[in-house]
Write a protein that binds this ligand. Structure first.
Ligand SMILES: *Cc1c(COP(=O)(O)O)cnc(C)c1O
Length: 418
């Protein structure tokens, strides 16, 4: 691999090889990460990146689009088919620019907007105060319920009636349960808001039919393409035909210049993969293993936010075992398991040193690791937490993890020797 790169730039080549090996040798438990296939990576690494294509198919601002137009049309048609969408834009550079384009399409600075608060599982771009969405708009945040830790739909409705948001964001970054799109639709209709469903995390599950689809319900659906959907790093916007022009104009010329055509090709490849039966099996493995891991962790004395999971992620309250999330995440990394520390709802601790960790099963499932392996994983987590920084335990577990992973080749990294 990387013959040209190794001779032209040995420093970068060595770092890429090290990172690839790290991805092969560790259990990757970060809920937003995955393994894109070799086919997706080849498309992304292709000469399509050399081409400028500002505009949309058939109406570009540069000549030489005979192949690019076909690539983008394929990506759009396949995403439409996978999600049953009326209109699709595959040009957003990533999830955050997709959301910014939605604000630009439907609101003006100072307008009221609403989203789930970041500390309760929402995304930065849903109106959090340090983000442009919180700084340039009159952003209001709804919470989860204190007891159940489920989305507080009553509070959401009350706040929406009060502030009458132009845009109502429904969607999650750190929340393990199904989102009831219909309930959001009712409130959006009542207050005259544009309903945006952000499925960045769960789009792979939606594509496989394992989470209810917001596509028939929401005005606009935004997503990344690299999380559970397992495509290239990118974004997309799906919407009703009536909003097509507003969305397309918000992306270009409103927010972006030339689309990343190599990424567009990668999205087309990923959409083709998502239409295969094997993708549905992968997605089933994602949710089955998340549920199994949750049960196994509860048996070992951990507490799960909301008590369990319906999707690919678990928010684990590690303080229930007497240790904050950050040292747990650090110890797990030393033992070959890479996750992130995460706030829990109403966390008494600071965001940089919170009470929990977030675990996702998508990357593992892409390697074929499933529910039947989750007691093993829970035992490793349990042993590392119980050993509290005993490096001999961490080293032993790391060895066991590496040996275990040999049987599960990582998509896109088949040529990498661990
Ligand atoms: C990850 C995520 C995004 C942002 O995606 P980036 O590609 O990181 O910009 C937006 N919304 C939600 C809900 C996300 O989870």
């Amino acid at each position: 691999m990387f013959d040209a790169l190794r001779s032209a730039d040995p420093d970068i080549a060595a770092l890429i090889e090290s990172e690839s090996r790290r991805q092969v040798r560790t259990l990757r438990l970060i809920a937003s990460e995955n393994y894109a296939s070799a086919a997706v990576q080849e498309a992304v690494g292709s000469a399509l990146a050399n081409k400028y294509s500002e505009g949309y198919g058939g109406r570009r601002y540069y000549q030489g689009q005979q192949y690019i137009d076909q690539v983008e049309a394929l990506a759009i048609d396949r995403i439409k088919a996978v999600f049953g969408a009326e209109h699709v834009n595959v040009q957003p550079y990533s999830g955050s620019p997709a959301n910014l384009a939605v604000y630009f399409a439907f609101a003006s600075p100072g307008d009221p907007v609403m989203g789930l608060g970041l500390p309760h599982g929402g995304h930065l771009t849903h109106g959090w105060n340090v983000n442009v969405s919180g700084k340039w708009f009159d952003a209001h945040q709804y919470p989860v319920e204190r007891d159940s830790e489920l989305l507080d739909m009553a509070a959401m409705r009350r706040i929406a009636r009060e502030v009458r948001p132009k845009i109502l964001f429904a969607g999650i970054t750190a929340y393990p349960r199904v989102v009831d799109w219909d309930a959001f639709r009712e409130v959006a209709d009542e207050v005259g808001a544009i309903l945006v469903a952000d499925i960045a995390h769960i789009s792979g599950l939606v594509a496989a039919g394992l989470h209810p689809s917001p596509v028939p319900v929401a005005d606009v659906v935004t997503s990344t393409t690299h999380k559970t959907f397992r495509g290239p790093r990118g974004g997309m916007i799906l919407c009703r035909e009536e909003h097509a022009r507003a969305i397309d104009r918000a992306i270009f010329p409103g927010l972006q210049g030339g689309p990343h055509n190599n990424t567009t090709a990668g999205i087309a490849v990923a959409a083709r993969e998502a239409a295969q039966p094997s993708f549905r099996e992968y997605a089933q493995r994602v949710v089955d293993s998340a549920r199994a891991l949750g049960e196994a962790l509860v048996e070992r004395g951990f507490r799960l936010v909301t008590g369990g999971t319906d999707n690919h992620m678990l928010i684990v309250d590690t303080m229930h075992r007497g240790v904050p999330g950050k040292p747990v995440a650090q110890a797990l990394e030393r033992a070959g398991m890479v996750c992130n520390y995460n706030s829990i709802p109403f966390d008494p601790r600071k965001p940089f040193d919170p009470s929990g960790i977030r675990i996702g099963t998508a990357a593992m499932a892409s390697r074929g690791i499933g529910a039947e392996h989750m007691t093993r994983l829970a035992d490793w987590v349990d042993q590392v937490v119980a050993a509290s920084d005993d490096t001999s335990v961490e080293e032993r577990v790391r060895g066991e993890v590496e040996e275990f992973l040999i049987d599960f080749p990582a998509p896109g990294l088949e040529g990498v020797t661990p």
